[in-house]
Ligand binder design. Structure first.
Ligand SMILES: Cc1cc2nc3c(=O)[nH]c(=O)nc-3n(C[C@H](O)[C@H](O)[C@H](O)COP(=O)(O)OP(=O)(O)OC[C@H]3O[C@@H](n4cnc5c(N)ncnc54)[C@H](O)[C@@H]3O)c2cc1C
Ligand code: SF4
Length: 343
């Protein structure tokens, strides 16, 4: 049985108190929200904080606020997000992504903040301590080289969060608070293309809110490839958000790929859609363009060449759903969930 190592546990009641503890403890402190990613990592000695600051009792991190757009507290549960009517009706890609994270139990614990800050994943890293010790570890933790690309100075561990690509496609920003003040950043800018140092978030910053712009005029969709339909991390996630004019011409669009690189990839395919109708021919062309930007590596589940090939198909599913096609049969075949279009 893998046991948690010893650590101190702090449970502040306010954001200011949490920020002050984080500032005082230095780099050996980490935030814990649902703990569904961090605790397994601690048991495997991949992350070894001396102090944990829990967000569980912190006030003000669990709000859902409607304004011109929608604000979601960083420590809501993912089940709260899935159940929220404004999410389901206005931000379908987010609803579909959150509904496909892990299992109901894990969604009852896991949070948007934790999902967005999720550790990157790799076959050579997501193993217990003894397994990793047997290969002399790897650069991401305790070792010297990368087993995926031995000459690489960057780690290629994969961004495996479902909600990040959906939220980036929807134009989300995040609010980051520390004892030094607060800042808002476009969610896409939260990520770096290095699986070891994958966030621009500082160790003393708390992701307090996810802010979405107004949804009116936008349609969105999220499609996920994974080995099991019941649950598991994405080996590909495709999020598309499109604003259609009254004549059916695309006025704005974003297509984002998850689980293809150390960070979500904002493709150029979205821009190419602008000014076009969502015909089958255009959708095929855009799918091929997005696939050309996918950079899957041989360190997650399923064959990497096949994973790159199917990007075009998944972009096609997402754009057809955005167009209004009835995709329920495809959804059942691929995701084994109906995740039916609403709104
Ligand atoms: C069996 C299994 C299957 C899973 N399947 C999926 C899946 O399909 N898709 C998927 O996306 N994830 C999956 N996960 C991972 C995880 O359950 C979810 O990503 C979950 O949303 C993580 O949220 P959490 O609150 O539990 O994060 P935690 O484990 O508490 O934290 C994760 C990281 O985020 C940081 N953090 C948390 N909250 C904040 C905050 N507010 N501000 C700053 N930093 C913060 C922590 O310090 C830590 O580094 C799976 C996990 C398991 C065990
Ligand atoms: S990509 Fe390389 S350095 Fe990163 S976790 Fe995998 S083996 Fe380690």
């Amino acid at each position: 049985m893998m046991r948690l190592p010893w650590f101190s546990y702090r449970s502040p009641a306010t954001i200011a108190e949490a920020a002050s503890i984080l500032a005082g403890e230095g780099p050996s402190v980490m935030i814990v929200a649902g703990g569904t990613d961090l605790f397994p990592n601690m048991k495997r000695k991949q992350q070894v904080p001396k102090t944990l600051v829990s967000l569980r009792k912190v006030q003000g991190l669990k709000r859902i606020a409607n304004g011109t757009g929608l604000t979601l507290g960083g420590a809501l549960t993912l089940s709260d997000v899935v159940a929220a009517e404004p999410v389901r009706s206005g931000y379908r890609a987010l609803w579909q992504a959150a509904a496909q994270v892990a299992t109901p139990h894990l969604r009852n614990m896991g949070t948007p903040g934790g999902n967005l800050c999720l550790d990157t994943r790799c076959t050579y890293y997501n193993q217990n301590f003894e397994w990793r010790q047997a290969i002399d570890f790897c650069m991401k933790k305790d070792g010297k080289i990368c087993w995926v690309a031995t000459k690489s100075r960057l780690c290629l561990a994969v961004s495996s969060t479902d909600t990040a690509s959906a939220l980036i496609a929807l134009g989300a920003k995040v609010r980051l608070v520390s004892s030094r003040g607060e800042r808002e950043v476009a969610l896409a800018d939260l990520y770096r293309n290095d699986g070891m140092d994958y966030l621009t978030l500082k160790s003393d910053e708390i992701l307090t809110d996810v802010m979405l712009p107004a949804a009116s005029g936008w349609q969105s969709s999220y499609w996920k490839l994974r080995r099991r339909g019941s649950f598991y991390f994405p080996v590909l996630g495709v999020a598309a958000a499109v604003r259609l004019g009254a004549d059916g011409v695309v006025e704005d669009a974003r297509i984002v790929l998850g689980a293809c690189a150390p960070r979500p990839i904002v493709t150029k395919a979205g821009e190419l859609l602008i000014g076009k109708h969502l015909t089958d021919e255009v959708i095929a062309e855009i799918g091929a363009k997005a696939a050309s930007q996918a950079k899957p590596t041989d360190n997650t589940d399923l064959d990497l060449y096949w994973r790159k090939d199917v990007v075009a198909n998944f972009v096609g599913y997402a754009l057809r759903e955005v167009r209004g096609d009835d995709m329920r049969t495809e959804r059942m075949r691929i995701a084994r969930q109906s995740l039916q279009a609403v709104g």
